[in-house]
Design a protein around this ligand. Sequence first.
Ligand code: NAD
Ligand code: UDP
Length: 340
Amino acid sequence: MRSFIPTEAYQEPASASTSSRPKTVLVNGGAGFLGSHLCERLLERGHQVICLDNFYTGRRVNIEHLLQNTRFQLLEHDVRQPYDMEASVIFNFASPASPPDYQRDPVGTLLTNVLGAVNTLDAARRSGATVVQSSTSEVYGDPHQNPQRETYFGNVNPIGPRGCYDEGKRSAETLFFDYHRKYGVDIKVGRIFNTYGPRMRLDDGRVVSNFIVQALSNTDITIYGDGRQTRSFCYVDDLIDGFLRFADAGENCVGPINLGNPAEITVRDLAEIVLDLTNSRSRLVYLSAVADDPQQRRPDISRAREDLNWWPTTELKTGLKRTIAYFDALLTHKEVVEAV
Ligand code: NAD
Ligand code: UDP
């Protein structure tokens, strides 16, 4: 597969200056993998950050180091319940993301995405906040177009095991655009493609965490199906950069915008790279394919490049090495160094 990592220098967009004005920012799902990185980056920019989470998949350890910061506040709440918040910006990242996590409580997942969107949009409507939604490449389902552009409507099975998540996220997008058209809520919808990095859970069941943990412990690497299905993996820091740029973009920039790394790779090749980087003795084992598993996935990020002047800059091997260092530290009970 062709690797797509532009080599030009990464430039701040003209609008980035507004990003330094301190604001109160709410991060729903802030104790999760992506949410905790987002909270950290917002604090670095001088903002007041409120992290809202019900700890379904989030963990206190992800935000423990932020709790002493006087500009950081933790609020235990479930987005399925209404709430009010005086914030300038709301990032709605509250939803399980790993298939085993979201399939464990499918009704809860659907309601988190639908009621969570309604309650968040209502809060934004009352306070005048900009609300940024973490949508997903899963809105494209098992796509018939590759790469996926934002104009593609997708191929989703509404009654399969992924439906609770896919249709929840699709409904949330519908709600975002209806609140925008009907009530003038300032919205931004970002479609995230597979993102990985430090603070993923050891047992979250996603492919990157599974393969690294299996390789480091020299146990079998579990490939579902024949391993020829593809994904395109984005390192967490790149993804958060994209979201921060999106939040800073003008109110006409509503999306949807794909945010991900277009470097496409088969699951089998990913396993080989992880084996190589860890010097592992693990064997590759082929298990049954999972239902409705998308066979190809790669973002077309032309819109993000044009509207946000954004593209990912972290090569897969570089990001994997940092993630391996993180999991290695976790597995050997070493202190996890935040700088990995
Ligand atoms: P994660 O599971 O680590 O984080 C999700 C967070 O949301 C957790 O802290 C969890 O406790 C919280 N949460 C779940 N249900 C909630 C509820 N009802 N009320 C309040 N909090 C709730 O997953 P992540 O990878 O950090 O994903 C964050 C967001 O990004 C999700 O919305 C996910 O759908 C989206 N996304 C992620 C990826 C990815 O590759 N990581 C890809 C596409 C979309
Ligand atoms: N996968 C795999 N082995 C694993 C975990 C996942 O082969 O131990 C495959 C899975 O079937 C899918 C791809 O890796 O084709 C990505 O899976 P993940 O759960 O990380 O994300 P998603 O399917 O939501 O993109």
